[in-house]
Design a protein around this ligand. Structure first.
Ligand code: PXP
Length: 246
């Protein structure tokens, strides 16, 4: 079964728009996570950015307490943030590139260029009992490097697929890249997740990509929740994911 990990960063984005620097505030991302889990989401994803623009340290401590299924913490390969992950102990850490000026995570990691430092980071996290995932483009070199450093998972960057979605020709090219990448990763013993830019319109076509375990989805779910409520938004996505054959 294809699992849904809900990325709740944008609930925190809305809170920070009004409550930055103040205690508490609404909407609470931990309460959002509770609703998602009660509605059938399989896990929760949050990104603790160095600039703390949305999710805060207290949020991830509370999320760790709440989420008994799968808490996936996205972080950059930065010592101070890795120390926090080691203390909080999410089930999975997904390493992502992070640039302060970006609106959201824009590209995948360059695992080839940072092989030794990512390998070191992978060892530290695994030694703390945390599985490691690498957010990468559907690129053979990056997948092979991910296997070499001993990651348990990769998360395939579906942003280019999502952007190409409305052009049939480009969409086919991007889907084929994802299919080839997922097969290669699976053959190398990596477990495969995917995420970025996914929504109820583009997820059904993603069913042709084999070996996927979990989709991490945030922006579209939270956007649609503004009009229909979070539980209805999660339900609609779970329906779009039903029937995946792997
Ligand atoms: N996966 C990763 C690694 C991400 O950085 C993001 C964006 O925070 C997502 C998934 C979710 O992307 P979106 O918000 O576009 O659904």
């Amino acid at each position: 079964m294809l699992k849904l990990g809900v990325n709740i960063d944008h609930v925190a984005t809305l809170r920070q728009a009004r409550y930055r620097g103040l205690p508490g505030g609404e909407p609470c991302p931990v309460e959002a996570a509770r609703i998602c889990l009660e509605t059938g989401a399989h896990g929760i994803t949050a990104h603790l950015r160095e600039d703390r623009r949305h999710i805060l340290d207290d949020d991830i401590v509370a999320l760790r307490r709440l989420v008994t299924t799968r808490f996936n913490l996205e972080i950059a390969n930065v010592p101070e943030i890795i120390d926090i992950a080691v203390r909080v102990k999410p089930d999975i850490v997904c390493l992502v590139p992070e640039r302060r000026e970006e609106i959201t995570t824009e590209g995948g990691l360059d695992v080839v260029a940072a092989e030794s430092s990512l390998g070191e980071c992978r060892r530290r996290l695994n030694d703390a009992g945390i599985a490691v995932s690498l957010f990468i483009g559907p690129d053979a070199e990056q997948i092979e490097a991910s296997a070499r450093i001993g990651a348990q998972f990769i998360e395939l960057h579906t942003g280019p697929y999502a952007h190409a979605f409305h052009s049939k020709r480009e969409r086919i090219v991007e889907i084929e890249r994802l299919v080839t990448a997922s097969r290669l990763a699976h053959g190398l013993g990596l477990r495969v997740n995917a995420g970025h830019g996914l929504n109820v319109e583009n997820v059904p076509i993603l069913h042709v990509v084999p070996h996927l375990e979990e989709l991490n989805i945030g922006h579209s779910l939270i956007s649609r929740a503004v009009f229909k409520g979070l539980a209805a938004s999660v339900k609609e996505m779970l329906q779009a994911m039903e029937g995946y054959r792997g």
